[in-house]
Design a protein around this ligand. Structure first.
Ligand SMILES: Cc1cc2nc3c(=O)[nH]c(=O)nc-3n(C[C@H](O)[C@H](O)[C@H](O)COP(=O)(O)OP(=O)(O)OC[C@H]3O[C@@H](n4cnc5c(N)ncnc54)[C@H](O)[C@@H]3O)c2cc1C
Length: 548
């Protein structure tokens, strides 16, 4: 069966692109769908799963609501920008960081986002941003407040205070140039990239993040505190360039936020916005092939064929899926820049095991729990090498424990907490049999949380639990080697070297989301949607001019 979204054939010249298919309803796919609808391009999102969100899918069990993936929201004005779009108002040429955003360098209090956001979802700031627990039982609360930050550093390593001040200034310079200045730059050609290299070298932003941090502070605890954040976007602090020091500053500048009801509530808001603008989403519609035609010139995307055999036609196709997954949907003969070898050699980010669990609340026992808890194991560099370089499952582990019910009790039955804990593990190049290793790791992690008192008596209080392993990312989310965050954000896979938002192989094919520029994490995938919308707008205008 063929469903025609907009009749488009090689012979039938159209004045301008009027229809689009977006493969995948991750946050990047939804953000692009909203932008395309605002541009007047009739957009259908086709999603493999039965509900939206991709990594931000929601799991509901026994009265508990579990966000399966992203929980830390930063840069709320990017969310507001999407909800504020109206049909015919693509707003692609307005400043990316308007004056009120730059002026508002204070951490917001109360309700975050803006007036349009609050029509769809309520977003609130969370403090501290993270409690980082060290293996010796001490901790560091990061909340962006300068006085509190100094007090925390003094408690851990007073000799590093001056070094922290210098780190802070260096990170601010990287943030100003790398995020405010270049965040939305589309590196479609090598020259654009080469032009910024001198700046990056001058700022020290090209050396590995951990080495950069170590120049300023001596305490291993502080080095972990100031470098772990790249793990939130799948990057090993030992490998990723120090440009990622900007995350520290992004959080300090605009705070860390949470959507009441969970990130799933934000996703539902985006779906509503997209549908209000006239867009359509089709679930349980896995794309098996991106259809490409070649008459003269470059091969051109004409639509997609679903796993069911149904074909959908459109003027342009954008993929929100995995990098290797996307290009594998295209016949090899059309892929000169992205052949199978390149897909195979691309370095994938780590994977994760995530345990979703509910437990009876005990306010006295739980008083040291925070909404976002990083629980570091005994090793930092060694554990990262096991995960990223040696691809082995280490006997020790670090974890990120999320307890959203400390902010929004409605996500669990009364008197209970909903939580998840995320354990970074190697991707599937490891050859680990997760059907055997998964349950054992889960048991170990639950026992550790209980015995070390992070959640005292957890085993007695546990009411529900389930987990995912790299198998979920590989088989359910079609992510190569079960990567949890897309391509690893190392220098040779960043900016110009990251897959381009406009495919170099196929005309009318675009990428959006964590695997394309600028990279992973929820703000970045929303930024990628704007960058992709911009190249689409430029291509549509060029096509219209050529047909006049
Ligand atoms: C456990 C976890 C925690 C995280 N925590 C944070 C956090 O706190 N803060 C933060 O900023 N970031 C976080 N991240 C990263 C963030 O979630 C991602 O960068 C972001 O959500 C990725 O969005 P995306 O738009 O690239 O697409 P994805 O969410 O990857 O969605 C892609 C979609 O495409 C669909 N798809 C794939 N192939 C096909 C096909 N052939 N046909 C149809 N559909 C297809 C998939 O089903 C999926 O729905 C986390 C990630 C994970 C895994």
């Amino acid at each position: 069966m063929t469903a025609t979204l907009a009749p488009a054939t090689a012979t039938q010249a159209r004045p301008r692109a009027t229809s689009a298919i977006v493969i995948g309803s991750g946050i990047g796919g939804l953000a692009l769908g909203i932008r395309l609808q605002a541009m007047g391009i009739a957009t259908t999102i086709v999603e493999k799963l039965d509900a939206p969100g991709g990594r931000a899918y929601v799991r509901r069990e026994n009265g508990y609501t579990f966000d399966m993936g992203p929980t830390v929201l930063t840069v709320p004005h990017i969310i507001e920008e999407l909800f504020a779009l109206e049909r015919g108002e693509p707003k692609l040429n307005e400043p990316d960081f308007p004056a009120h955003v730059l002026d508002g360098k204070r951490i917001t209090t109360g309700i975050s986002g803006g007036p349009k956001t609050s029509e769809y979802v309520t977003i609130v700031p969370v403090k501290p941003f993270y409690r980082i627990n060290f293996d010796d039982g001490s901790w560091y609360d990061y909340d962006g407040d300068p006085a509190n930050t100094r007090a925390q550093i003094s408690a851990i390593a007073p000799e590093d205070l001056a070094g922290y001040d210098r780190f802070h200034d260096a990170a601010e310079r990287i943030f100003t140039r790398g995020f405010l200045g270049l965040g939305y730059t589309y590196f479609g050609d090598l020259l654009t990239m080469l032009k910024i290299v001198p700046d990056l070298v001058r700022l020290g932003a090209m050396q590995p993040l951990y080495r950069f941090v170590s120049r300023f502070v001596k305490s291993e605890k502080l080095r972990a505190v100031l470098s772990f954040e790249s793990l939130l976007v799948g990057g090993n602090p030992m490998h990723v360039p120090a440009i990622y020091a900007m995350i520290h500053f992004v959080e300090k500048t605009w705070g860390v936020h949470f959507a009441l009801g969970g990130t799933g509530a934000l996703v539902r808001g985006f779906v509503r916005k997209f549908e209000e603008l006239g867009g359509t989403i089709r679930y349980e519609s896995e794309v098996a092939k991106i259809d490409v035609e070649k008459t003269t010139g470059k091969p051109r995307a004409r639509g997609v064929t679903l796993a069911s055999g149904e074909t959908l036609r459109a003027d342009l196709v954008a993929s929100n899926g995995d990098y290797a997954g996307t290009y594998s949907l295209i016949e090899k003969r059309y892929r000169k820049i992205h052949p199978d070898l390149r897909l195979k050699l691309a370095k994938q980010s780590m994977s994760v095991v995530v345990i979703y669990f509910g437990f009876r609340a005990d306010p006295k026992a739980d008083k040291e729990l925070r909404h976002h808890n990083i629980i570091l194991g005994p090793r930092y560099a060694g554990l990262l090498a096991d995960i990223f370089d040696r691809h082995v499952l280490a006997p020790d582990f670090s974890q990120y424990l999320h307890v959203p019910t400390l902010t929004d009790p409605s996500m669990a039955p009364a008197g209970h907490h909903a939580a998840y804990t995320l354990i970074p593990v190697p991707h599937n190049a490891s050859g680990i049999d997760w059907s055997v290793a998964g349950p054992k790791l889960v048991e170990k992690v639950i026992a550790m949380l209980d015995e070390r008192g992070h959640i005292a008596n957890l085993r007695d209080r546990l009411t529900t639990s389930s987990f995912i392993t790299p198998t979920y990312f590989e088989q359910t989310l079609n992510s190569r080697l079960g990567n949890a965050f897309g391509l690893e954000p190392i220098f040779v896979q960043s900016a110009f070297f990251r897959p381009h938002n406009r495919s170099e192989d196929i005309a009318g094919l675009y990428l959006v989301g964590a695997n394309t520029q600028p990279g992973g994490g929820t703000p970045a995938v929303m930024m990628s949607a704007k960058m992709t919308a911009r190249v689409i707008a430029a291509d549509v205008a060029r096509l219209a001019r050529s047909q006049r």
